[in-house]
Design a protein. Structure first.
Length: 348
């Protein structure tokens, strides 16, 4: 069992190692922290911490550094989230306010978060499977191209170009628009996708010359609705991994690969368990099943009122990171994001 003072020594080691990137010795702890005991006493506490595998010696006769288990104890029991400064809060507000649509909001979100923390910033798109379609519009672009526009009650406007080869007069275009409206408008995206799939499966009637074009447009609508349901990430700050390469014992290639493919990070963020504040952390070896054993991922939930769901915003970086500040930044950005999306919803 580690004593209460021993846990405070762990806190000091984590803080000093994060600040200096140098192993921390007993004399440095005595000099920097007001424990009121001798270096010999601190060494005894450190020996206990080492027995519990909370700290380790990277070299013979060196100081000690936190282990992944030590970081976990620090995050769960010892870390005190540092309130963001007024300047930091103003920076978040200036990044996020004035956003034109969801894509813009999420892009600004990761830019704000990576700017604040110096880590890779991640934000998960909400799933819009439960959002309702409010409008379907068709616009002929000429040259046999049709722009298909879908609007949902979350304010999301999505568009896709379908190649239909033929031009339509107003009555034909109106007929197709009305049919799509009957299938989709007022219905959740998930249900609309099912109805469109059933319509696509309906055999073409050779007596209706434009039927094939209707199916082509319906397929474009289906592809776009399926896109609504897919989990996606927006990320920024990947170059920060190269700047902190010294914090990784091995290669940073697995992290860069995970960033490029996204699926691994999506799975990891989906499995992370949040605390009662909506914050979650997955540290070092806890990420080994995902091939990210040298990284930490921090996340906070944000609410998407119109989509009737939650998604996550987070950070990816080395285990040696400023957890109190980064967790506070993730939480603050998530709260700003929730507020902006709520204001956008109420303003429509």
């Amino acid at each position: 069992m580690v004593s209460e003072r021993g846990l405070q020594v762990l806190r000091a080691i984590v803080q000093d190692y994060v600040d200096t990137r140098e192993p921390v010795g007993s004399k440095a702890i005595v000099d920097r922290h007001a424990f009121g005991v001798s270096a010999a006493t601190i060494r005894n506490d450190m020996a206990q911490l080492e027995d519990e595998e909370l700290i380790a010696a990277p070299h013979t006769s060196s100081g000690r550094v936190p282990t992944d288990k030590g970081y976990r104890v620090f995050v769960d029991h010892l870390a005190e989230l540092r309130p963001l400064s007024t300047a930091q809060r103003s920076a978040i507000a200036s990044f996020l306010e004035g956003s034109s649509d969801l894509d813009d909001v999420l892009t600004r979100t990761v830019r704000a978060l990576t700017s604040l923390t110096g880590q890779v910033a991640i934000v998960q798109y909400p799933s819009f499977a439960r959002a309702r379609v409010t409008h379907v519009e068709l616009v002929q672009l000429g040259g046999g191209r049709m722009l298909v526009i879908i609007v949902t009650d979350t304010g999301r406007v999505s568009q896709r170009v379908a190649s239909v080869r033929d031009e339509f007069d107003d009555s034909e275009l109106g007929r197709i628009r009305a049919e799509l409206g009957t299938l989709l408008v007022g219905r959740p995206v998930r249900e609309g996708l099912e109805r469109i799939a059933a319509r696509i499966a309906t055999p073409d009637e050779p007596t209706i010359p434009r039927e094939t074009a209707t199916i082509v447009i319906a397929k474009a609508v289906a592809e776009e609705l399926e896109h609504f349901r897919q989990d996606r990430l927006v990320m920024a700050g990947s170059a920060n991994l190269a700047r902190s390469e010294a914090d990784f014992r091995g290669s940073i290639y697995p992290l860069l690969e995970a960033i490029e493919e996204q699926v691994t990070i999506l799975r990891l963020m989906g499995e992370m368990v949040a605390d009662d504040q909506g914050l979650a952390a997955s540290i070092g070896r806890e990420n080994e099943p995902f091939g990210l054993a040298e990284a930490s991922v921090l996340a906070s939930d944000y609410d998407v009122t119109g989509a009737r769901t939650r998604a996550r915003v987070g950070l990816l970086g080395p285990t040696r990171m400023d957890y109190p500040t980064n967790l506070a930044a993730v939480r603050a950005v998530a709260r700003y994001l929730t507020r902006i999306l709520e204001e956008d919803e109420s303003g429509r």
